[in-house]
Design a protein around this ligand. Structure first.
Ligand SMILES: NC(=O)C1=CN([C@@H]2O[C@H](COP(=O)(O)OP(=O)(O)OC[C@H]3O[C@@H](n4cnc5c(N)ncnc54)[C@H](OP(=O)(O)O)[C@@H]3O)[C@@H](O)[C@H]2O)C=CC1
Ligand SMILES: CC(C)(CO)C(=O)C(=O)O
Length: 298
């Protein structure tokens, strides 16, 4: 399979590097990472050790491939979609946090698959990505149900040794992930604590309230996500990632823009469409946006 990875920073370099063990991969990345990969290949270290030689470019326009994998931060999705629209792809798959697939379907003719990733990745230096945890990629039809394109992509990922599940219930999985992120990411980022601090107490209650509101919005969107399922998912992720600093907390630590608009902000925006009030997510989004504004990041 030919694969273009659009936005090969941490996650895209890891997944692209692993896919290059079995497929023709082109990373769309920034320099000096792109030029280092062209010169010396890509080193993956940590939980997976490998060295592969994907192609790499800084120009994502006019490319074609069987699959475009989108791994830019959520706030760069619209620009990525515009650039991808200049090329030809058999399918498009996002592994981003947030409900970014809708932005891709608006711009692109190719079928857009839904995906989630629980692999951990960190770009250490140009040409070198650290796998901080082997997780799983789950992908499938955006609307749910069986999908031959998703099956083909799943087989290709497994052929490259990536832990991959092709699922027929992506609507519920995407919203469950959003509920978990709305709870954990926003609360840990604002209170500057590891995920494990949300095991119990007031901060945990706040995270669960954000997840519960998200589940309510999901149901208004026609997705069956009971509150108790969102609660269980959040508690499981807190336990499994107790020592993690969430990606949003890492962004705050590094003084970078966060994915608030795609997480808490998305819950608020969708709730408004259904005339629902989601005060916890509204408050969390306002605080995170205020932090970004104060830093000149928005
Ligand atoms: N890292 C992880 O372990 C995981 C990440 N995710 C999700 O995956 C997504 C990506 O995260 P992550 O990999 O950490 O983010 P990164 O910022 O490390 O990677 C995104 C990369 O895309 C680059 N980029 C953006 N636009 C372009 C463009 N037009 N051309 C070329 N390169 C471009 C960015 O460059 P620049 O910064 O210069 O704009 C950056 O290097 C997020 O939604 C995140 O939530 C999900 C699970 C795990
Ligand atoms: C699951 C979780 C909360 C793990 O930290 C995550 O997805 C993130 O940090 O973005």
């Amino acid at each position: 399979m030919d694969v273009v990875v659009f936005g090969a920073g941490s996650l895209g370099s890891l997944v692209g590097g692993l896919l290059a063990r079995a497929h023709d991969v082109t990373l769309v990345a920034r320099d000096p990472h792109a030029s280092r990969v062209r010169e010396s290949g890509l080193r993956v270290s940590g939980a997976v050790e490998t060295h592969t030689t994907p192609d790499a470019t800084t120009d994502g326009a006019n490319l074609s491939a069987d699959l475009a994998l989108v791994t830019v931060k959520a706030f760069d999705t619209a620009e990525a979609a515009n650039t991808l629209a200049t090329g030809e792809f058999g399918a498009v798959l996002s592994l981003q946090n947030g409900l970014t697939e809708e932005i891709l379907t608006d711009e692109l003719d190719a079928p857009v698959l839904a995906g989630t990733a629980t692999y951990g990745a960190r770009l250490l230096e140009p040409g070198h990505v650290d796998c901080t945890g082997v997780g799983r990629i789950v992908l499938g039809s955006l609307d749910g149900g069986p999908d031959p394109v998703a099956e083909r992509v799943g087989r290709a990922f497994r052929a490259a040794g990536l832990e991959t599940l092709v699922a027929t219930d992506m609507p519920r999985r995407r919203w469950t992930k959003l509920a978990v992120n709305a709870g954990i990411n926003a609360v840990t980022a604002l209170s500057r604590v590891e995920n494990g601090a949300l095991t119990d107490g007031d901060a945990a209650e706040l995270a669960h309230a954000a997840a519960r509101e998200t589940a309510r919005v999901a149901r208004a969107e026609g997705v069956s996500l009971p509150n108790r399922r969102a609660r269980t998912a959040l508690s499981r992720v807190v336990d499994a990632t107790a020592d993690n600093r969430s990606s949003m907390l890492q962004d705050i630590d590094a003084g970078r823009r966060t994915e608030v608009d795609a997480i808490s902000g998305e819950v608020v925006a969708r709730a408004e469409r259904h005339r629902l009030d989601v005060p916890t997510n509204r408050t969390l989004a306002a605080l995170l946006r205020a932090w970004e504004a104060g830093r000149g990041l928005r």
